[in-house]
Design a binder for this molecule. Structure first.
Ligand SMILES: *Cc1c(COP(=O)(O)O)cnc(C)c1O
Length: 429
């Protein structure tokens, strides 16, 4: 039953799956497979929904680039007015190349290097979301050496219970590596206020990913605002704190999970933001792009081994890691189903038994040469792809206005080995 459910933006015309009116079969014939296909209208729609829901309070939507960092996707979100949330110097480079300015950027991440902090200051990012006392001190020194003041939001671990489906995607519980432990936050906040080249401009949290309940956000915000009160009375200041960044994590539907109800989310966060007088920052990734993309793949072979039917596709775990890494569920459907169904393992060509998209699943009975889509692959798909097994990474295609464009070309074999040195130059240490 779940198999025939399609995300908005994907629909059958004359029995064949289309993305916003564009034939996936036609894209496969010209671009090849595997390929990621993204719907620009769907991304716009999700962005618009969140934007409208948060309209009653001052807010900024900073798209979390790691969900899908294709330049075409970043540029689309930039054109809608989004800022961006980045977690590395590489993402900073991508964000600037896609048209974001420094003031559009918040820089998150638990292990930023000195070089990345320098790059952040050089780009004049809006906020560096600092996650430890060590990072704060390093940033202060780097800023002093440059003669600038570093704008900082302190990422605090609010130590709330989170409901995400896999423990790898929880980040805001006690003992996690992310953020400053709540018990230390007041002291680190005071330190931030005393360091000469730091301007403490915000408080920040990110509790996890694929969160569908409101309580963790409510609880986390309450804890951040309590911290703000404590900082105000402790330092008589916190006067530069203008931002409350509550991170990303808003859930989408992959199978039959409840997505985050953004209107309810907005209702939950708006009163305390309004009362605080702060500007809200949210950092959604998956919510904006997750259901806007599919992985288009061609069936290579069918075979039976023991009692198991296998559908072997030309896409593998190197292209879409989520099923094997998070045990994630993605709906799978034929581009042109012919009616039959089969219980099968849908697997890739990679030499790993963990290389699968579905196990023991009833799916369309597809034959070699036919096309499948792995749905809801717009987030943490291509951005987690690798060249494992020396498989070139797939193409990325954006569909808009009845047309499509390749936004990332398929990698070539030459690309895969381009950085390798044929004749190593041996040096004495
Ligand atoms: C990954 C991440 C996000 C985005 O998470 P989603 O679940 O994709 O919304 C936001 N903020 C930070 C700090 C992150 O690490």
């Amino acid at each position: 039953m779940g198999e025939s459910v399609l995300s908005a933006g994907f629909a059958r015309t004359d029995g064949e799956l289309h993305c916003d009116g564009v034939s996936l079969d036609a894209i496969a014939r010209t671009v090849g497979t595997p390929a990621y296909i993204y719907s620009a209208p769907l991304i716009r729609e999700q962005y618009g929904r969140l934007e409208r829901a948060l309209a009653p309070v001052p807010h900024r939507i900073h798209y979390s680039a790691k969900a899908n960092s294709a330049r075409g996707v970043l540029a689309l979100l930039q054109s809608l007015g989004a800022g961006v949330d980045i977690v590395s110097g590489g993402e900073l480079y991508r964000a600037l190349a896609a048209g974001f300015g420094g003031a559009d950027i918040v820089f998150s991440g638990v292990g930023k290097t000195e070089r990345e902090l320098i790059e952040a200051l050089d780009s004049r990012v809006l906020l560096v979301n600092v996650e430890s006392e060590g990072e704060l001190r390093l940033l202060d020194r780097v800023a002093r050496e440059k003669g600038v003041i570093a704008p900082v939001a302190m990422r605090v671990n609010p130590e709330v219970m989170v409901d995400t489906p896999h423990h790898y995607t929880r980040t805001g519980e006690r003992g996690h590596k992310f953020g400053i432990p709540y018990a230390d936050a007041l002291e680190v906040g005071r330190l931030a206020e005393s360091l000469p080249n730091i301007r403490l401009a915000g408080l920040d949290m990110h509790i996890g990913s694929q969160v569908s309940r409101l309580e963790p956000y409510r609880d986390g915000m309450r804890r951040l605002l309590e911290l703000l009160d404590a900082l105000r009375s402790a330092t008589g200041g916190a006067k530069d704190i203008h931002y409350l960044d509550i991170g990303g994590g808003l859930a989408v539907t992959y199978e039959n999970e409840a997505p985050m109800d953004v209107e309810a989310f907005a209702e939950a966060v708006i009163p305390s933001i309004a009362e605080s007088g702060l500007t809200l920052i949210v950092e959604p990734g998956r919510f904006l792009v997750g259901n806007a993309g599919v992985l288009l793949t061609r069936v290579l072979y069918r075979k039976k081994s023991g009692d198991t039917e296998y559908i072997i596709t030309d896409a593998g775990m190197n292209d879409l890691l989520r099923p094997s890494h998070y045990n994630a569920y993605h709906r799978i459907t034929a581009v042109r189903p012919v009616g039959g169904r089969v219980v099968a393992d849908v697997v890739g060509p990679v030499c790993e038994s963990g290389d699968f998209f579905a196990l023991g699943r009833e799916v369309d009975d597809v034959q070699p040469g036919e096309l499948l889509v792995v749905q809801s692959s717009g987030a943490y798909g291509y951005s987690m792809a690798s060249t494992y097994n020396s498989r070139p990474r797939p193409a990325e295609v954006l569909v808009d206005d009845g047309r499509y464009a390749v936004i990332t070309q398929r990698e070539s074999y030459e690309d895969i080995v381009a950085r390798e040195v044929g004749e190593p130059e041996w040096r004495d240490a």
